[in-house]
Design a protein around this ligand. Structure first.
Ligand code: MLZ
Length: 265
């Protein structure tokens, strides 16, 4: 229903096969989004996973939320599925005996945090408990095979989900390669990443799906085994031992100067 791209014709055309649903840590039926823009919730800070912060829903695409940490700037928005365990209702942290933390890069003096927190929550729209969906189970092992098709978040443009192919498998990691692009957007992730989805997930969830790129399309059509020869041998060889690309974390200003941040809009 979004755009003109159809998996059906594309898969027939190329003779390639979708990765089975059982490969993915995703619900059989994509969850509904009960969050509305402006609602507040608790989220773990993508730049500091041990701390729980207040976040505001900026928007959503289907069941994916665009979130901003209160007290952070508008350059560090991140995306989470509504069935993600790192999201919880306001009050959950306190119930567990924890304390809400300012985000990394808090835009005010740390001594102002308690007052900031009080003012932030006073009169705020609070996301209802029913909006938080239990995370789906993790598949017991990596069942992805070379050449299988999927839909994947473009981490450089994290609002986008795009047609992709498993370019390599190494232990618990898979190499996500984007169809019709030359490799600049490709990445390694764990098989149980929440950023990869079965074919037709976007259509089922109401999320837009980008069409494949136009780079090397003729090569792609010759390539019925799903081998992606646009990658260099070194790109294909090994996953990184540590994943330094924390979702939602844009490298840039402010890391070493947490007392400074840009003005909120
Ligand atoms: N504006 C960007 C979008 C690229 C999206 C690629 N997704 C795999 C460009 O055209 O470079």
């Amino acid at each position: 229903s979004h755009g003109s791209f159809s998996w059906d014709a594309y898969l027939k055309d190329t003779g390639e096969i979708p990765a089975p649903q059982s490969c993915f840590k995703q619900a059989l039926v994509p969850p509904k989004c009960e969050f509305k823009p402006g609602m507040k919730l608790e989220a773990s800070d993508p730049r500091n996973l041990t701390s729980t912060c207040i976040a505001t829903v900026i928007g959503n695409l289907g069941p994916r939320l665009r979130l901003r940490l209160d007290g952070s700037d508008n350059k560090n928005d991140f995306w989470r599925l509504v069935d993600c365990d790192s999201l919880q209702p306001i009050g959950s942290c306190e119930k567990k005996g924890g304390l809400l933390q300012p985000p990394l890069g808090f835009c005010k003096n740390p001594s102002y945090w308690p007052m900031f927190l009080q003012k932030t929550l006073n009169g705020a729209a609070i996301a209802p408990d029913c909006a938080f969906i239990t995370e789906p189970p993790t598949p017991p092992k990596n069942e992805f095979k070379l050449g299988m098709k999927l839909e994947a978040v473009d981490r450089k443009n994290p609002q986008l989900i795009c047609p992709a192919t498993v370019g390599s498998v190494n232990g618990d990691q898979i190499h996500v390669t984007f169809d019709g692009w030359r490799g600049a957007f490709d990445y390694w992730c764990r098989y149980d990443s929440r950023e990869i989805f079965p074919v037709n997930w976007c259509a089922l969830s109401g999320h837009p799906l980008q069409p494949p790129g136009q780079k090397g399309v003729s090569q792609h059509k010759q390539n019925k085994q799903g081998k992606h020869q646009s990658l260099t041998p070194s790109e294909r060889s090994k996953p990184p031992s540590i994943n330094i690309s924390t979702p939602g974390y844009k490298l840039g200003l402010g890391e070493s100067s947490p007392s400074v941040c840009s003005t909120l809009p």
